[in-house]
Design a protein around this ligand. Structure first.
Ligand SMILES: *[C@@H]1O[C@H](CO)[C@@H](O)[C@H](O)[C@H]1NC(C)=O
Ligand SMILES: *[C@@H]1O[C@H](CO)[C@@H](O)[C@H](O)[C@H]1NC(C)=O
Ligand SMILES: CC(=O)N[C@H]1CO[C@H](CO)[C@@H](O)[C@@H]1O
Length: 423
């Protein structure tokens, strides 16, 4: 083989390595986030707010793949600040998984984050004027199957010219607290954000408010309030958005139409979005006609923007069944998410104003089954029974090896095997 050929083979190899998906099923602008793959495993062993073995300690340093040997509610007082290149693999927790309650999180500059199957619930005692999740700067992050609620300012907010390549997929963004009650800003300069198959529910406004480069495909928006459902920019800045296969469903709080506040700077490609506005207890919406007036006055463009699309685009109706069955931290749904889904499936009859998460009907974050701490002889984060299945050695710390050579570390192969990789 000629040297040149070897060089080009090596080049191709490096490219495949750098292009590996964050996990099988990762899609959109944030799909290539690397998480902590270049570093080491951190096992969260307690539910403490800080100290050795805590989640806060786990995310305080870069290059970590965080797995859990406990389930339950982590009560936090100060905000959690996540370092660069961290994977938070909530699906590895035993029992009912992990809820983090009491304040919000900052992922500003947490480049390359991979966050899966965790509940992030801020609440009234959180820092005033702050979001449940904030990203003000940073790139290449993916959030998958998370349930985020009770933000005091926004619930999930991405806002800043220096934000790019972010995906939020298969997640529930709910119940921004009064008085702001916002789903979230999703606004960037040119950097791209993908929102795929999420459920926005029970927020007065910004469900979401979008500006910049954005792909909003197969989301469900339920029971927005008077501030608006999808807010199209309302800005002097330019936006390039795909809006495809989404379902908007009015609930008891809904008093305005699905799309508002667009202008000529907002270049939207729209296709097969549905709206069920009659609050009649059944899902029987109609396709929204492609006209600027139906889309809040945005500039409708006829060519789809070249943003990275989902592998499979669902019909709006299938997006609703997907959200109903799988959105959020759905490996085990907690009482909060069960309640939200029951509101959704009332198809317009139920849903409420929330200013205190501890009052009825939400009654706080609930209790989460702690599960049984798995036996992990070598303490590498992969339980012994899983090591047997993976063919790795339960007596050696080999979690960061790559036994099958697929590019994912052994600990990632284990975590990926615990949840579905497609929809
Ligand atoms: C976790 O918190 C408990 C109760 O406050 C304490 O007893 C324990 O030592 C803490 N664990 C660690 C590892 O700090
Ligand atoms: C965003 O992703 C694109 C495509 O993979 C890449 O070219 C670009 O450098 C990324 N931006 C940042 C800031 O990492
Ligand atoms: C569904 C929901 O909770 N909507 C509420 C959001 O907040 C506003 C006030 O901020 C209420 O009017 C909505 O009912």
């Amino acid at each position: 083989m000629k040297l040149l050929q070897i060089a080009s083979l090596l080049g191709a190899f490096t490219q495949t390595c750098t292009a590996i998906l964050a996990f099988p099923g990762a899609e959109g602008f944030g799909r290539n986030a690397i998480g902590g793959r270049q570093g080491s495993v951190y096992v969260v062993t307690n539910l403490n707010d800080s100290g050795a073995g805590s989640l806060r300690d786990a995310v305080s340093k870069s290059d970590r793949i965080v797995v859990f040997a406990v389930g339950g509610v982590v009560k936090i007082t100060e905000r959690l600040v996540v370092s660069k290149r961290v994977s938070i693999l909530g699906q590895t927790a035993p029992g009912g998984g992990i809820t983090v309650y009491g304040n919000g999180w900052s992922f500003s500059n947490a480049d390359e984050a991979i966050v899966r199957y965790i509940r992030i619930r801020m609440g009234k005692s959180g820092t005033s004027g702050k979001d449940a999740i904030t990203i003000a700067e940073g790139s290449n992050m993916i959030f998958d199957h998370i349930s985020v609620s009770w933000g005091r300012d926004e619930t999930f907010s991405i806002s800043g010219d220096a934000v790019s390549n972010i995906t939020i997929q298969n997640s529930i963004i709910s119940q921004g607290l009064e008085t702001h009650s916002c789903g979230g800003l999703i606004q960037t300069g040119n950097g791209g954000v993908s929102l795929f198959r999420n459920l926005y529910i029970d927020n007065k406004t910004r469900n979401p408010k979008v500006k910049g480069t954005n792909d909003f495909t197969n989301n469900v928006v339920y029971n927005w309030g008077g501030g608006g459902g999808y807010i199209a920019g309302d800005s002097a800045g330019e936006s390039w958005a795909n809006i495809v296969g989404n379902y908007f469903i009015s609930g008891p709080s809904t008093s305005v139409t699905a799309f508002t506040r667009g202008n000529a700077n907002f270049h939207g490609y729209v296709e097969k979005n549905f709206y069920d506005s009659d609050k009649d207890g059944s899902l029987n919406g109609k396709e929204i006609g492609v006209a600027s007036s139906n889309y809040g006055g945005m500039d409708i463009v006829s060519t789809k923007h070249g943003h990275p699309a989902p592998t499979k685009i669902l019909s709006a109706a299938d997006a609703v069944s997907y959200a109903q069955n799988y959105a959020g931290a759905s490996k085990v749904r907690d009482d909060v998410d069960k309640r939200l889904i029951s509101e959704l499936t009332s198809w317009g009859k139920s849903g409420e104003l929330i200013s205190d998460e501890n009052a009825s009907p939400m009654s706080g974050p609930g209790t989460i089954d702690g599960g049984v701490k798995p036996t992990d002889t070598d303490g590498d984060g992969i339980p012994d029974d899983a090591e047997a299945k993976l063919g790795t050695d339960k007596g050696t710390n080999d979690a960061m090896g790559d036994k099958d050579g697929n590019g994912y570390k052994n600990v990632e192969d284990w975590a990926n095997s615990l949840v579905p990789s497609s929809y």
